[in-house]
Design a protein around this ligand. Structure first.
Ligand SMILES: N[C@@H](CCC(=O)N[C@@H](CS)C(=O)NCC(=O)O)C(=O)O
Length: 215
């Protein structure tokens, strides 16, 4: 049963690692949602209608009744707390919440935003943000260095949280696929994690939905 009455849930955005996350969470929970598959840099985030919903002109965006949320991590966390269902660990105790938050901030802040997205900005999107090969290669090293920390942790733990599969793993998995697409090699423990998580039916459904659009 949901904590909040389920109403029409719309998830805006498809085609990237960031848009995959809320779609994946929605699939894990078994939510009834509608995907509005607008793609990045297609002009669709800049329309008046979308700008009215999200002045940042960014995807993903969640609209759940009165609730409008951007930021992939915030959307995922909201969905997991608002709706029950699915085999995803939701920490309740203060220290468990803090530890999960620590992993989420670390993966999002260091690996996604400071690492992989810098590579994307200054290589794939060089026409917008400028070509910066040194920034790209030092960001790849940066990702490798932080993957070492995660890798060491996963040598003794199936998931990032000892209690089970959580939002932190969803964020990590989305970054592992992204990193591999960028040619960053993964250690045996990261590969084992990636292999085991890749079998989750909700992830398979989410990928099919998210990557149905071309970007
Ligand atoms: N911190 C945001 C980043 C969102 C973001 O940068 N989204 C990109 C696509 S991955 C976007 O919407 N770019 C603008 C555009 O493509 O028009 C999140 O995690 O949701």
């Amino acid at each position: 049963m949901s904590l909040i009455k389920s109403q029409s849930i719309k998830i805006w955005g498809a085609g990237t690692s960031r848009t995959l996350r809320p779609i994946w969470v929605a699939e894990e929970i078994g939510l009834d949602y509608e995907l509005m598959p607008i793609a990045p840099r297609s002009g669709e985030t800049k329309t008046e209608a979308f700008t009215d919903l999200n002045r940042k002109q960014k995807i993903p965006l969640l609209v759940d009744g009165e609730v409008k949320l951007s930021e992939s991590v915030a959307i995922c966390r909201y969905l997991l707390e608002a709706y029950k269902g699915g085999d995803v660990f939701r920490p309740v105790a203060l220290v468990d919440r803090a530890k999960e938050d620590e992993w989420c901030c670390y993966v999002y802040g260091e690996i996604d935003e400071s690492g992989l997205y810098v590579m994307r900005r200054h290589r794939d999107l060089a026409h917008i943000y400028g070509d910066a090969p040194e920034a790209v290669s030092s960001s790849a090293d940066y990702v490798r260095r932080h993957f070492e920390v995660v890798s060491a942790h996963l040598e003794n733990s199936v998931y990032l949280m000892p209690q089970g599969f959580s939002l932190a793993d969803i964020l990590l998995m989305s970054c592992l696929d992204w990193a591999r697409a960028y040619g960053i090699e993964l250690s045996p423990s990261l590969l084992a994690f990636q292999e085991s998580v890749s079998h989750r039916p909700a992830l398979k459904r989410a990928k099919k939905t998210n990557y149905a659009v071309e970007i």
